[in-house]
Design a protein around this ligand. Structure first.
Ligand code: NAD
Ligand code: 2UF
Length: 306
């Protein structure tokens, strides 16, 4: 795998470009709606702030070319990563353009958050070479990448993708079967459903719920997953806990009212200056969070695996 095309330079696309460029791959970026000067500036700032794995400055340069013509961006790509908005019609239009120009053996990966691969691959001429490659924001920092294929996806494609991810320092998890939302977003959605249930029923406010996650659950989850935590707590206890609590949990099957109301009022979170909290300088909050994540990932790498 040598050349990688990334489609879309939004929150995720630009992080994916950064990841591959930092690991020495040739990257071709296609972004039809963003000014060239803005993209150049972002890439330059990534290069200027580049660190190696041990946290020291790295002054080597990126190999990234920016295109406004999709056919040129994908012409020689071994892998195409689609990171366009989470709307089926936009993704399908991009796939239609790919179908006309793609190389015979190029792999097409979608970074979708929610769509099953079966839905995205339906009627695509390259469906046998399509996979899900689900990164996490910020894509250059969070180690996990979820990979999903279809039952007849050649194992060589999955293996090649896993090797690529490992070469970029990632931790790939290949799902046994295609399902909307994969593993992580289903778990995140389950937690959010209960968080909104507690909020909307007046049990706690957003700050209290965030404190509970940050000061207990999140700390443990950085080192142990839910099954490991159940083992450590005792499966007899967890049998009682799940038996007592599952019937008490929220079971809503639609987006939370309080979330819909905020979005309708234009309170979109950090990017609009307000959401559940106020943001005077969203860039500062984002930069600080990235630094914290980088420090935590390094700490995890250096700590004992047991
Ligand atoms: N934001 C996240 O935390 C996150 C995490 C993982 C996965 N995802 C998924 O990644 C994808 C992209 O999400 P995002 O948050 O980066 O969105 P975004 O809105 O920040 O960026 C999308 C980019 O795609 C560009 N675009 C629009 N139409 C295009 C087209 N036809 N061809 C090429 N580019 C086009 C837009 O100009 C924009 O720059 C979505 O499928 C999303 O669900 C998002
Ligand atoms: O949390 C993440 O970074 C990803 O799992 C995303 O897929 C996420 O759910 C976004 O769509 C929303 O930020």
């Amino acid at each position: 795998m040598k050349q990688i095309a990334v489609l879309g330079a939004g929150t995720m696309g630009i992080g994916i470009v950064r990841l591959f460029a930092e690991h020495g791959y040739e990257v071709c970026l296609y972004e039809p709606h963003m000014a060239r000067t803005v993209l150049d500036e972002k890439l330059r700032s990534f290069e200027d702030n580049r660190m190696n794995d041990s946290g020291r400055p790295d002054d080597s340069r990126f190999s990234v070319r920016i295109y406004e013509d999709i056919s040129k961006a994908i012409a020689n790509a071994d892998l195409i990563v689609e990171a366009v908005p989470e709307q089926l019609e936009i993704k399908r239009e991009v796939y239609r353009q790919l179908a006309q120009n793609i190389r015979d053996n190029a792999i097409v990966a979608s970074n979708t958050s929610t769509f099953a691969l079966e839905t995205l691959a339906e009627n695509q001429p390259f469906s046998d070479r399509m996979i899900i490659m689900h990164f996490f924001n910020p894509a250059h920092l969070i180690p996990l990448v979820e990979i999903v294929g279809l039952p007849d996806t050649p194992s060589a494609i999955i293996d090649e993708t896993v090797n690529l991810m490992r070469s970029c320092g990632k931790t790939p998890v290949v799902l046994k079967r295609d399902i909307p939302g994969f593993i992580a977003n289903r778990l995140q959605a389950a937690l959010l459903r209960e968080a909104f249930y507690l909020l909307e029923n007046g049990i706690a406010d957003a700050e209290q719920i965030d404190t509970v996650v940050k000061e207990a659950l999140g700390l443990r989850y950085a080192f142990k997953g839910p099954f490991e935590i159940a083992d450590l707590g005792g499966l007899d206890i967890w049998s009682k806990v799940t038996g007592h609590l599952f019937p008490e949990l929220g079971v809503s099957r639609s987006a939370p009212e309080s979330l819909l109301a905020k979005a309708a009022e234009g309170q979109l979170g950090a990017k609009s200056g307000a959401g559940f909290y106020r943001y005077d300088d969203a860039d500062e909050v984002k930069d600080n969070f990235e630094q914290q994540l980088q420090d935590l990932v390094r700490l995890k790498r250096e700590s004992s695996p047991l």
